[in-house]
Write a protein that binds this ligand. Sequence first.
Ligand SMILES: Cc1cc2nc3c(=O)[nH]c(=O)nc-3n(C[C@H](O)[C@H](O)[C@H](O)COP(=O)(O)OP(=O)(O)OC[C@H]3O[C@@H](n4cnc5c(N)ncnc54)[C@H](O)[C@@H]3O)c2cc1C
Length: 414
Amino acid sequence: MAQPHADVLIVGGGEAGLGVADELRALGFAGTITMAGEEPRLPYQRPPLSKGYLSGDSDDESLELRAPEYLREQGIDVWLGRRVASVDLTDQGGSAVFDDSTSVAFDRLVLATGAVARELPVPGAELAGVHSLRSVADAALIRDALRAGGPLVVIGGGFIGLEIAATARARGLSVTVVEAAGRLLERVCAEPLSDFCLRTHRAAGIDIRLDAAVVELVGTDVGAVSGVRLADGTLLPAEVVIVGVGAVPATGIAEKAGLECRRGIVVDPAGRTTHPRVVAAGDCTEQPHPHLEGELLAIESVNNAVEQSKAAAHTLLGLDPPARGVPWFWSDQGGMKIQIAGVSHGHDGYVVREEAERITVLYFRGGTLIAADVANNPRDFMAVKRAVAERRTVDRERAGDLTRSVKDLLREGA
Ligand SMILES: Cc1cc2nc3c(=O)[nH]c(=O)nc-3n(C[C@H](O)[C@H](O)[C@H](O)COP(=O)(O)OP(=O)(O)OC[C@H]3O[C@@H](n4cnc5c(N)ncnc54)[C@H](O)[C@@H]3O)c2cc1C
């Protein structure tokens, strides 16, 4: 049988892979597009997996990003349950080899392989009842496990860990979060927001242990997890353990193919890799970003996957990519909504605006507003997102004045 051929082959059927396919068609590309994804289902949204999907508020169908009919109409050929093992690149394109040794030739390649959950390097991590969350299959297992009741121990006080903890607690489970650092969300936000989160989750009845290193997961005779042992000897009882210690970009194929990779596949602002026929987008990449000059950024967010995929599609067609917007992100943790606008990394100070049920942290660099982290204040989030895009700022001296709204302060300028 002749080897199948795609004008554009997309490896990875997630937010970024779908985004490239969609944008290629929107730009009028009439060639063949094949999207190969190792998961057995059409592209779906991941954010609800740690939120509404676990609580039962969103079902399987509502996760779907596009209907099958739409993909057919657009002529996007989706191959499900197909894992690409490696790619061979040539000056004209190349070919991809699947796990089952079949292959497909392509003129141009898109790598949109996402990320995988980071493993916890302690004894017992393989016991039954220990889960990590990346895919809908993982989420379905966790949902069933939570239905059976707790106690639940979440290892990692980052976004995903805290979302799962809050969802499980709202369902009445006994929940403990174990965080090795001295505060929650340490990698992504300033201390005042960490403290705000800590208070909110503790008030909801979640037991949070900071500065607590996990040394071992303890199991029963039949290989099911029964507890989490901390460095100080404490043994926390657990029927279910979630490991939420971050994600690692899926760079395996790119590395084997000789593309430059650091933490992720290195791309330029237009999504180009170090091979002229290959672009990449989404969680598998690291990129320069106009909102943080001089460094490569790995941004794990829907907004980033969508923007990078648009850029990559333009590049495939030899067009200039659209300008990048302000990076943004959200996290729903029970009743608390955290929103982030801009890149706070590299700030030289921040101003906190805290009221009873909400908090806004405004970040500055050289007197200019560069980002905000917000909890329960969508107005401040919107105002800052717009201002950072338009390079408008507020007077840092007056930024903490709670008698004025952030919007008013922005109107007055620096
Ligand atoms: C539980 C969870 C909650 C989240 N919540 C939020 C949120 O609240 N807000 C937000 O902005 N972002 C959130 N994110 C992040 C967001 O979902 C990701 O940034 C986004 O999905 C990235 O899209 P992607 O296409 O790069 O990767 P993915 O969506 O991970 O898709 C990559 C796909 O490629 C497939 N693949 C990998 N290797 C191969 C291969 N060799 N062959 C074939 N297929 C392959 C994978 O199986 C996967 O289906 C969340 C993520 C998770 C996991």
